[in-house]
Design a binder for this molecule. Structure first.
Ligand code: ARG
Length: 432
């Protein structure tokens, strides 16, 4: 690690200690690097607006930062162990190309607000992706619900056959879940949309930094005002963002559970597209739903990362190097969660349900509740109707599942799925 910002003589450094300090940080910074460069450009523009940098210096720095971003995106700039972190790499690039002008870049900032602003931009970018995936998942579910409102499916409670349900109701349930997840992502995007840049090490600086300008340039809704709280919010915002991912993945987990049951020979309600299954290394007869199972486990990966991240946050006010440890769980879980969500729309669009097996799995007992409710609607007290039906369970005659579904008129149920009501929630509050 030859390029340290804070040590002029690097020959007497203990390599083991340096390695322990940096850990995998510089590799993780690859995910944040372009955001760090973008925020550095906003920072130098802010410095120019208060005349700490000249317009020419500002332009030279911004152009060099553009070159660095291009080189990194092309794979021509290696962000690796020669640097302590991405922040050092940026300053090293600028000073090696622009000399003293490059050495001015860190005026009025600290790596503490630098890492915060890069992470904040990353969170916003990631949550936008989560929000988009939620819309896509909900949209496919709505489409499939509209086409299958009357397709019978057994409704289970305790995994025991309970009442007649429909495939449309099953899909509409996931549509509404992802409308909720979408709105949670939007609310969280509003909540975390604040600019930490310009708080320096956590106590401000003796310069009238143009924080309004950097807030606007970076597209934040507002600045995060208090420098001490800004530092203390590291990890807090990350945790909230992971919570959004986790909520979505809880629904994915339930979906995956349903699919892993419904694809068994015992249920045989649905066939997965071939590409979502894998073969067995020993049993030639098998196709396994491995993708669905890994989708099911993704929620656990994110929950584990949340536990790891939140356990780091037991700290007094101010920056502490412990906080570096929030980066790995944040990035790992966010990337994994987004990759999982991205697979769901295509999977759902291509599921092949078998109307016959689902209808055959509905036995006569599953009409008992309909019968009791019918009697109650004719003014027989419900408890009496319940007993009457229970006593004659064995002689329940053949009922039709489609007729039962046509009668399911309570709002939200099979005969009145209210898909439009769910669809309207997929618009940003500002678009409504
Ligand atoms: N890699 C560090 C982190 O993620 C950057 C900030 C370093 N700040 C410091 N005062 N040592 O927290």
């Amino acid at each position: 690690m030859a390029n340290l910002l804070w040590q002029s003589n690097t020959s007497d450094l203990d390599e083991r200690l340096m390695h322990f300090l940096a850990g995998e940080d510089v590799q993780l910074d690859r995910k944040l690097f372009l955001f760090d460069i973008q925020a550095t450009q906003a920072h130098v523009q802010g410095l120019a607006s208060i005349n700490v940098l000249s317009a020419a210096e500002c332009m030279a720095l911004c152009e060099e930062l553009d070159r660095l971003a291009d080189a990194f995106a092309r794979g021509d700039f290696a962000l690796d162990g020669q640097f302590e972190d991405g922040h050092s790499a940026i300053e090293h690039w600028l000073t090696s190309r622009l000399g003293d002008v490059g050495a001015k870049v860190h005026t009025g900032r600290s790596r503490n607000d630098q890492v915060l602003v890069a992470s904040r931009l990353y969170l916003l970018h990631s949550l936008e992706q989560v929000a988009t995936h939620c819309i896509d998942i909900a949209s496919v579910c709505l489409e499939r619900a509209a086409g299958s409102a009357d397709v019978p499916m057994p409704g289970y409670t305790h995994l025991q056959r309970a009442v007649v349900s429909s495939l449309g109701m099953w899909f509409a349930g996931f549509a509404e879940a992802f409308a909720d997840n979408y709105q949670l992502a939007c609310h969280t995007l509003d909540w975390i949309n604040s600019n930490p840049l310009g708080t320096a090490a956590g106590y401000g600086v003796n310069l009238p930094l143009d924080r309004d300008l950097t807030t606007k340039t970076l597209g934040f809704d507002r600045m995060q005002v208090n420098p001490i709280y800004t530092q203390n919010s590291r990890g807090k915002f990350e945790l909230q963002s992971l919570m959004v991912v986790a909520q979505s993945l809880q629904d994915v987990r339930r979906l995956a559970w349903d699919l892993s049951l419904y694809t068994t020979a015992e249920f045989n309600f649905v066939r997965l597209p071939e590409k979502y299954t894998t073969g067995s290394s020993i049993m030639p007869n098998k196709r396994n739903p491995d993708v669905v199972e890994l989708l099911r486990s993704a929620a656990g990966v994110v929950q584990g990362a949340m536990a790891e991240l939140s356990s780091i946050l037991s700290l007094p006010s101010g920056y502490h190097r412990d906080l570096q440890g929030t980066k790995a769980p944040l990035l790992r879980a966010t990337e994994h969660g987004i990759a999982a969500l991205a697979l769901i729309p295509d999977l759902l669009a291509n599921l092949e349900f078998d109307r016959n097996t689902m209808t055959e799995a509905i036995d006569n007992g599953m009409f008992a509740t309909d019968m009791a409710v019918d009697l109650a609607a004719q003014n027989i007290p419900f408890r009496q109707a319940y007993r009457q039906v229970k006593e004659s369970l064995d002689d329940i005659k053949e009922f039709s599942a489609s007729d039962s579904l046509k009668q399911r008129t309570s709002p939200g149920a099979a005969a009145d799925l209210r898909l439009e009501q769910i669809r309207r929630r997929l618009m940003r509050t500002s678009d409504k």
